[in-house]
Design a protein around this ligand. Structure first.
Ligand code: NAG
Ligand code: NAG
Ligand code: NAG
Ligand code: NAG
Length: 295
């Protein structure tokens, strides 16, 4: 094996660094009209697109007695960062759940991947819960929950899912709150082969969503609205000579550099309210999932 200082190795490292840098140069996709990027795919006829800054840039998703509603993004990508600005149901949102998640097009359940951000409503004045989960090949059960450090009903905030070959990173206003690592060497499941769309919905989950189902939806407040705007997709673009992002050299430090691990620990210490990885009672009999254990 060549010593680390041999010219050929140095050359190789330089080449690698250039390739890795090239992977950064991907551009963000966002249409001027939100309805070119998103389609309302199901539910209530009271959802609508409207103008809120010059372009038709905002979608109001509606939930009433008859139905919730949902949308799906036009584009579907294998590895991308998806950003959405959301303003949640105000005042008494108990029983309601607004979502922003990634999912492939129809596949049998055993191949179903999904990356979830779900905003569980609450009684007036009580905090929302941001529920996150990752499904791979039909199996989820990887819940982490957070409370937000602001009132998410007062204004729009940016919620993002970055899915790259090394991590799934959940971000709130650009601050990572969760990172799910691709640790396939240790047998941790990770979505790696099928493209996913961004989807969103507003629906009624009064049986379980708010304070364990104790607080129900107050239909006198209906219709409920959650607002979505400024949808952006930044697909992962492979380096020159690399067939696709999943083939980036494993030495690539690029994806790691975007995650400040110390900051993540701090943010979680302050805002996480549930972590399946420390739920002793739940995994008492079976042992913790492999991603919850250290190598
Ligand atoms: C919608 O998807 C098609 C096919 O993937 C793509 O060519 C087109 O650019 C997309 N439009 C927008 C606005 O993203
Ligand atoms: C929430 O409550 C405030 C204060 O009572 C009111 O002004 C506002 O219209 C309410 N918002 C919604 C969406 O009902
Ligand atoms: C609602 O508020 C209660 C009381 O503050 C809190 O325990 C709970 O986590 C909040 N979120 C949900 C979804 O119930
Ligand atoms: C784990 O299970 C054992 C036997 O089933 C029980 O005695 C123990 O209390 C349980 N521990 C926890 C933390 O639930």
């Amino acid at each position: 094996m060549a010593s680390p200082s041999s010219p050929s190795c140095k050359h190789r490292m330089l080449l690698l660094a250039l390739l890795v840098l090239a992977a950064v140069a991907s551009s963000t996709i966002a249409a001027a009209y939100l309805y070119d990027d998103l389609k309302v795919t199901w539910g209530s006829g009271c959802s609508y697109f409207y103008m809120d800054g010059g372009d038709v840039d905002t979608l109001a998703l509606c939930l009433d007695r008859s139905s919730g509603s949902g949308f799906s993004s036009n584009g579907s990508y294998l590895y991308a960062r998806y950003d959405m600005d959301i303003k949640l149901v105000a005042n008494d949102s108990a029983g309601t759940v607004a979502t922003f998640y990634l999912m492939p097009d129809d596949v049998p359940w055993e191949y179903h991947d999904e990356v979830d951000m779900e905003f569980l409503g609450n009684a007036t004045g009580e905090p929302y819960t941001l529920h996150t989960n990752v499904y791979v090949n039909g199996a989820g059960g990887r819940e982490q929950q957070f409370q937000l450090w602001f009132d998410p009903t007062e204004d729009f905030h940016t919620y993002s899912i970055e899915w790259n070959p090394k991590y799934i990173i959940f971000l709130v206003d650009d601050t990572p709150i969760r990172a799910y690592k691709n640790d396939r060497a240790r047998g941790v499941p990770f979505p790696t082969w099928q493209s996913m769309r961004a989807e969103g919905s507003l629906w009624d989950a009064e049986e379980w969503a708010t304070q364990g189902g104790r607080v129900k939806t107050d239909w006198a407040q209906a219709p409920f609205y959650a607002y979505y705007r400024n949808f952006r997709v930044t697909p992962c673009v492979p380096s020159p000579g690399v067939a696709w992002c999943g083939d980036e050299p494993p030495e690539s430090a690029w994806f790691d550099q975007r995650l400040d691990a110390a900051k993540l620990v701090r943010v979680q210490a302050e805002n996480m309210i549930y972590d399946y990885c420390v739920d002793q009672k739940r995994f008492n009999d079976t042992g913790f999932p492999v991603e919850c254990t250290t190598a």
